[in-house]
Design a protein around this ligand. Structure first.
Ligand code: GTP
Length: 355
């Protein structure tokens, strides 16, 4: 039976100079999470309202829209504090989440390896902790419960203590996994197999490309974040030499801060790459902006000094195919077009970096 979709209304409070395109991205994210978008509401404001995030009049308008559209979920593009969430929920009488919560949810669904799952759990706990702290001491004291709570401890304090303990436990597990991973990496380096990392904005087609090149069955889907962990695949080149292709998690602008650590850790593998392929969905009008987001993240991680080939993917959707250059290749991963040119470019880059 098909899962019943949640009907979502998206809300974006546009502060001065804020990028207007983010509500479209939020809409993509909501669909990725499995929600149906039934309405959108935006408001321009100079500042954030501490209690309700935006104006109370606008909240009433939102309440009407919810009734009109039969919505049962409201997603805010902006990050809300614990008390703002609670105040808004009270007025709307509908589930309210923010962009961070939405992204965490998508990551939770998509995590595949043990480390990925743990990293997302950790980020979720940190998010909940910040939200609970934000609620402050306003919740009623529940008294001492046997075995679970200390005398006079509030439910809130119990929850916070439980979350803190879980965070420490998960961090220890992640540390163990990292040790294992560095052992694997050392073994790979010993074999001197060149590493090619595929990076790029989410949905650019990285998994499809790695499949097309290696015929591996990496999970692909027309939703954001199909890849949450680096996945390594071997590719034999025409000169019988092997390379290792590494798929990485899709980049996104304004990643919630709770996820930055998780994200960076899954990108650690790029540090050991000999060549980086920056996959770009050329069919999107804002592809140049997405290249900038990718480059910004690579530069923050100090990886921009590595040889990079920009791989313009989905060129089957273009009317005219532009000419390749040494470090710009136009392909269609889906139709397996121009893959030979891409492999030749990788070989030539590897040769240059060895010379
Ligand atoms: N038209 C067209 N669609 C493509 C091409 N390559 C990939 N796609 C589609 O784009 C969507 C995203 O592809 P993925 O390979 O999952 O993208 P990704 O970059 O790995 O995504 P994340 O894991 O979210 O970062 C899928 O629906 C693919 O079928 C292509 O060359 N042409």
């Amino acid at each position: 039976m098909e899962e019943l979709k949640e009907k979502a209304i998206l809300v974006s409070v546009i502060l001065t100079n804020k990028d207007k395109q983010t509500i479209e991205e939020l809409s993509e994210l909501a669909k990725t999470a499995g929600a149906g978008v039934v309405g959108m509401l935006t408001q321009k404001r100079k500042s954030i309202d501490k209690t309700y995030y935006f104006g109370k009049g606008k909240l009433e308008e939102l309440k009407k829209l919810i009734e009109e559209k039969g919505a049962n979920l409201v997603i805010f593009d902006n990050e809300l504090s614990g008390s703002q969430l609670r105040n808004i929920e009270k007025i709307l009488d509908t589930k309210v989440i923010d962009r961070t919560n939405l992204i965490l949810d998508i990551f939770a669904k998509r995590a595949k390896t043990k480390e990925g799952i743990l990293q997302v759990k950790l980020a979720q706990y940190k998010y909940s902790l910040a939200r609970l702290r934000g609620l402050g001491i306003s919740l009623s004291r529940l008294g001492g419960g046997i075995g679970t709570r200390g005398p006079g401890e509030t439910q809130l304090e119990t929850d916070i203590r439980h979350i803190r303990r879980s965070i420490v436990y998960i961090e220890k597990q992640i540390e163990q996994i990292k040790k294992h991973r560095s052992l694997y990496r050392k073994r790979r380096q010993k074999n001197l197999v060149p590493i090619v990392a595929i990076v790029g904005y989410t949905n650019a087609g990285k998994s499809t490309l790695i499949n097309a090149l290696t015929d591996a069955n990496t999970y692909t889907e027309d939703k954001l974040f199909a890849t949450l962990d680096p996945l390594a695949r071997k590719l034999r080149l025409s000169d019988n030499k092997n390379i290792i292709l590494i798929d990485t998690v899709g980049f996104i602008r304004n990643l919630p801060h709770q996820l930055i650590e998780a994200f960076k850790s899954t990108l650690e593998e790029i540090k050991f790459a000999d060549v980086i392929l920056n996959a770009v969905d050329i069919s999107q009008s804002n592809y140049e902006e997405k290249i900038k987001v990718t480059e910004k993240i690579l530069s923050e991680l100090d990886y921009l000094n590595k040889p990079i080939i920009t791989v313009y993917n989905k060129s089957d959707l273009l009317d005219i195919l532009p000419k390749n250059t040494e470090n710009e290749i136009y392909i269609s991963a889906k139709n397996k077009t121009n893959l030979a040119s891409l492999i030749a470019a990788i070989q030539s880059m590897l040769k240059q970096s060895c010379d």
